[in-house]
Design a protein around this ligand. Structure first.
Ligand code: UD1
Ligand code: CA
Length: 463
């Protein structure tokens, strides 16, 4: 059996360069906190324990982490550097054996497969430490890997580096595997004589080399994977990388993305083949879009399902809703949570739905608010129809049965029901149920006053 693996995630730093009240590791990258990306990658090596070192904004981070099997938070206070941060995990790992994999809460693109490679290489080499490195074009800001005779000798931080060392393009990814037994004793040997006055974990490499303990490196092929996020600019750059990867995956699977640079699709979103996505579209959360759909420009879809052959016209906001096959929504429609649009149904411009079901083939083509309503099949909802679902205290339901026709500018004062095939006259304020097949009419009767205009003119000329 291969030795146990323990993961430690460093997430206590202030993230000064973010200039934020929110701890850095809680900043969102394509819909998930940075820390969540890291914990997800860690799953790939099935760790026996996961210890998250928290400090800055500790309570917020603890709440976000919540209760998960094998995961515990330890507090680092004050935050004296990465070596000091790792020391906080000592009690939790006391008496254990195996490999410690150290991850950084601000390095979110690291893939699970790379972590598996790291553990395998580290254990196969019987190393005391294995450092994940990459060769990059712009090494600025990262620790540099200094080698002698090809072997890693030490890591030098940007701020402590000589001009020569700054020329080195091999950087420290901040991800390591350590053999557990010698680790914590060696950490105590680290001093804080450096530009930042911090205890640098990176100093462990030179200490191990002095003690003749074997230190190895794993050079990743794709340096993007170990990009750290220290500023909002870097967060935006890394977001762009994630989006681009997702867009390329979808295009390879048969989705047309007219302008990938302005298309924002979260990693968990599914899109069927032959769907066309126009510029400026955002599809977020666990959304699923079917095949042969068309999503026009400036639409935002959050946690929703859209079946095959549906069309979403420009400028719609769709949250937590389901749209059946062949339906049409927008332009300028707002679907709030728990709305369901049936097959071939039409939701037109300036229509808002909330917790409302529209049956198959039903239409609300213009200017309507339909809240807490259950609308049957083949119903026509006229322009300007409003469900008055809220009486100031509670919400009430409206039911409109199959084949009903709601004339324009109707107010349906809930709770109320319009029966099968019934008609409601335009301009009605409906306060009572309309039976099946009946006409409901509830408005003031019109009176025409003959000759009124002429008489008015005559009056005003005398004044
Ligand atoms: C660190 C490495 C650097 C490497 C880079 C890769 C050190 C000294 N430097 O630099 O060689 O190239 O990562 O991204 O390790 N943290 C704590 N407690 C602390 C300090 C930091 O938990 O007292 C956490 C931070 O929250 C962060 C991680 O450790 O998640 C790295 O710290 P950061 O200050 O970002 O280090 P870098 O300067 O990026
Ligand atoms: Ca960093």
């Amino acid at each position: 059996m291969s030795p146990e693996v323990h993961v430690v995630v460093l997430a206590a730093g202030q993230g000064t360069r973010m200039k934020s009240r929110l701890p850095k590791v809680l900043h969102s990258l394509v819909g998930q906190p940075l820390l969540e990306h890291v914990l997800h990658a860690a799953d790939a090596i099935s760790p026996s324990t996961v210890t998250i070192v928290i400090g800055h904004g500790a309570e917020l981070v603890r709440v976000k982490v919540g209760n998960r099997p094998n995961v515990e938070c330890v507090v680092q206070e004050p935050q004296l550097g990465t070596a000091h941060a790792l020391q906080q995990a000592e009690d939790r790992l006391a008496g254990r054996q195996g490999t410690v994999v150290l991850l950084s809460g601000d390095v979110p693109l690291l893939r699970g497969v790379t972590l598996r490679k790291l553990v395998e290489a580290h254990q196969a080499a019987n190393a005391a430490a294995t450092v994940v490195t990459a060769i990059v074009e712009r090494p600025y800001g990262y620790g540099r890997i200094v080698r002698t005779k090809g072997r890693i000798a030490r890591i030098v931080e940007e701020r402590d580096a000589s001009a020569d060392v700054r020329q080195i393009h091999e950087i420290n990814g901040g991800i390591y595997a350590f053999d557990l037994p010698p680790l914590f004793d060696a950490l105590r040997g680290i001093a804080s004589q450096n530009a930042q006055g911090e205890y640098y974990l990176t100093d462990l490499v030179a200490i191990y080399r002095r003690r003749k303990l074997p230190v190895e490196t794993l050079v990743v092929d794709n340096p993007q994977e170990i990009r750290g996020i220290n500023s909002r600019t870097e967060l935006a750059e890394v977001s762009r990388i994630v989006r681009q990867t997702k867009n390329e995956e979808l295009m390879a699977a048969g989705v047309t993305i007219v302008d990938p640079a302005t298309t924002y699709i979260d990693p968990d979103v599914e899109v069927g083949p032959d769907t066309v996505i126009h510029p400026g579209v955002a599809i977020e959360g666990q959304s699923r879009i079917g095949a042969a759909c068309e999503i026009h420009s400036h639409v935002r879809i959050v946690g929703s399902e859209i079946a095959d052959k549906s069309v979403i016209h420009n400028f719609c906001l769709i949250i937590g809703s389901r749209i059946a096959e062949g339906a049409s929504v927008g332009p300028f429609a707002h679907l709030r949570p728990e709305s369901v649009v049936g097959e071939r149904a039409k939701i037109g411009n300036f229509v808002e739905l909330k917790k409302t079901t529209m049956g198959a083939g039903s239409k609300a083509n213009h200017l309507a608010y339909l809240g807490d309503a259950t609308i049957g099949e083949r119903v026509n909802v006229g322009a300007g129809t409003i469900t008055c679902n809220y009486d100031g205290t509670s919400k009430h339901p409206t039911i409109i049965e199959d084949g009903a026709f709601i004339g324009s500018d109707t107010q349906l004062i809930a709770p109320v029901r319009v029966g099968k095939g019934a008609y409601v006259a335009a301009g009605s304020s409906i306060t009572e149920d309309v039976p099946d097949g009946a006409l409901g009419i509830a408005r003031g009767r019109q009176a025409n006053v003959d000759g009124w205009v002429e008489r008015r003119k005559a009056r005003s000329s005398k004044d």
